[in-house]
Design a protein around this ligand. Structure first.
Ligand code: G6P
Length: 609
């Protein structure tokens, strides 16, 4: 979603801000803009489309030499994708200049109020109303005007604001939308996420809700919007520059699919005690007793994270024998859910910033649940809002279509269910067996990745087809949902995922000659049932692509194309069966000529509800 970059320091802000915007491109956006403080006012440029368009427009422009500036990538919410609606926005006099992420819910009332005071508006945005409100309340102190304005607004925001009246001050604030401050020497870089900061400094802190930071070149003050001092917790950013660069790959999604073996080795490292048949998760130890006594688990998240949670449901019920439910965070938060004693709510999120997931977690905490987080992004809002949790450690995920975060989430859920399973009913032998299987996963994914060319060839056969079905049973039903989601996200092919047996209850009507039907048909308890579902599809002319276990001779008589995965214990099989589906989606998007890492309309991190 929208991205903010701000800079105050000693070097020219322009290049640094544009570079920062490029680092935030992966979040998803449709236009971009920049404002740099100059000697004779603020230089502003905006462009629809890519940051490269903005860069092109800047080439021919004078000015932009200052060392204080703010910049923005916009993902339209209020008003169409036009240059006028692009941020930064100013008040009528050009005195206040502001960028904003999130939604100001009461902006219409603010506009009406400001209109009566003589303000006029060029854009349809809520942001312009906020810039005018800061100007209206300005009385010689930008921070005070910002605070006064933010007290009037409802909704979620992260803002960065500058003023011609105080040309050496940058003020930023947040409620809901993420914002980090990178602390350099004599300079500060503000950004929506660490990827725009790590090139400059590894020292940073995240603003908390209702916090404001006032930055000059040689001072920093953090407070609440009610003017109470706050001591920021500066941390070392773990992401290295090479982790957020392509490093020889064509796309981030491709890089992230192929780095899954390495990423998962890091996820597992130090967390497995093979000799004792135990899982060691430091982030859960303080709450281990409460967890062991849990009566119910609720997994929540959105998108891919929810699919991982659905797999978690099978794992927790199988290994730990804890009744488990899964629910979209967006539904949970408004459903008035019943949270009884002994309920543990587990929020799953790659970014740790998804607005609905965060709200569901808050709802659960308010109702007395123990809050767990399975998060990738260290220091993110969700990771700071939970009682306990486990980081994925798969490194920054830049590709909008989530891949390595999914396998990381499933690996963490597997470890968590074994962690609890061993403390409840699971035998040492069974736990040791599953640990051995889990440790073997990275090598086995490598074997799947070696078949990339073959997977591409199978995808190519069906590339003209506009409708695909994905089916699986048991623990691979969520894998089917994930396969369908991957395909539609980046190739824009319509795809539906479902439990294989559900097909007969409606989707079977869609089967026509040559319709690609992807079945997860690995060896497992329901293998013969899946074969029966395959037969139903073939009888109606569907073209069956099976994800099957190496060495399975029988499947050859049932499927038109086969993508092989190594043998693995069934509960862990999604960690392998999802990989060919990720590659199919990647190649489908490539073959159709789409921009894999910047799919239309999608955002990597959805920070509005
Ligand atoms: C967006 C992304 C998805 C992701 C979902 C949840 O829709 O495009 O890839 O699965 O948000 O994101 P989270 O960061 O909470 O895992």
């Amino acid at each position: 979603m929208c991205g903010i970059v701000g800079y105050i320091g000693t070097v020219s802000a322009k290049g640094l801000l544009v570079e920062g915007l490029k680092r935030l491109e992966y979040r998803g956006y449709d236009s971009a803009g920049i404002a740099v403080m100059g000697d004779k006012g603020i230089d502003i440029e905006r462009a629809v489309g890519r940051v490269a368009n903005l860069e092109g427009k800047l080439e021919g422009r004078k000015g932009f030499g200052g060392s204080l500036g703010i910049a923005h990538t916009r993902w339209a919410t209020h008003g169409a994708v036009t240059e006028t609606n692009c941020h930064p926005h100013t008040d009528n006099a050009g005195k206040i200049c502001l960028v904003h992420n999130g939604i100001i819910e009461n902006y219409a009332a603010i506009r009406t109020w400001l209109g009566k005071r003589g303000h006029t508006f060029n854009s349809e945005t809520d942001t312009e109303a906020l810039a005018c409100l800061v100007a209206e309340l300005y009385d010689g102190d930008l921070e005070a005007a910002g605070n006064a304005a933010l007290k009037e607004v409802t909704g979620a925001y992260a803002i960065a604001v500058i003023s011609t009246e105080e040309p050496d001050v940058l003020v930023c604030a947040r409620k809901g939308g993420p914002l980090m401050v990178g602390v350099g020497s004599g300079e500060y870089v503000v950004a929506s996420d660490p990827s725009a900061i790590v090139a400059h400094t590894n020292r940073a802190f995240a603003l908390d809700d209702y916090n404001v930071v006032r930055l000059t070149r040689d001072s920093i003050r953090t407070s609440t919007i009610h003017n109470k001092d706050v001591t920021p917790k500066v941390m070392m950013l773990e992401a290295q520059l090479e982790e957020i660069e392509l490093g020889g790959f064509d796309h981030y999604m491709q890089k992230e699919i192929f780095e899954q073996p390495r990423a998962l080795r890091t996820t597992l490292r130090g967390r497995i005690d093979r000799d004792e048949g135990r899982i060691v998760l430091g982030g859960l130890l303080n709450n281990a007793k409460e967890l062991v006594r849990a009566r119910k688990l609720i997994m929540t998240g959105q998108g891919t994270a929810l699919h991982a949670g659905m797999i978690g449901e099978y794992l927790f019920e199988d290994f730990a024998k804890i009744p488990t439910e899964v629910e979209y965070a967006s539904e949970f938060r408004y459903r008035n859910p019943i949270v009884e004693e002994g309920t543990v709510v587990c929020a799953i999120s790659q970014s740790g910033e998804t607005a609905d997931t965060l709200a569901a977690l808050d709802e659960a905490k308010d109702k007395g649940a123990l809050a767990l987080g399975i998060v990738n992004s260290v220091g993110s809002t969700i990771s700071r809002s939970t009682d306990a949790g486990v980081y994925l450690r798969v490194g920054p995920e830049i590709g909008v279509a989530s891949t390595k975060a999914f396998t990381g989430q499933v690996a963490v859920l597997t470890m968590m269910s074994l962690f609890l399973g061993r403390r409840r009913l699971m035998s040492v032998e069974k736990c040791k067996q599953m640990i051995g299987e889990l440790e073997g996963v990275p090598d086995k994914i490598e074997l799947v990745l070696q078949q990339a060319d073959q997977i591409k060839a199978v995808t190519e056969k069906h590339i003209e087809k506009e409708n695909w079905l994905f089916m699986g049973r048991g623990v691979n039903y969520p894998t089917a949902l994930e396969g369908a989601l991957k395909l539609k996200e980046i190739s824009y092919i319509h795809a539906e995922g479902m439990p294989a047996a559900e097909m007969k209850h409606g989707p079977i009507a869609l089967i026509t000659d040559g319709l690609p039907a992807v079945f997860i048909a690995n060896q497992g308890a329901q293998y013969t049932k899946v074969l029966a579902n395959i037969a139903e599809v073939r009888a109606r002319g569907g073209h069956v692509i099976a994800v099957a276990t190496e060495g399975d001779a029988e499947i050859k008589d049932h499927a038109d194309d086969i993508l092989w995965v190594p043998e693995i214990a069934e509960p862990l099989s999604p960690l392998l069966t999802v990989v060919p589906l990720q590659l199919m989606a990647y190649y489908a998007a490539l073959l159709r000529g789409h921009d894999v890492d910047k799919p239309r309309n999608l955002a990597k991190s959805v920070t509005v509800e």
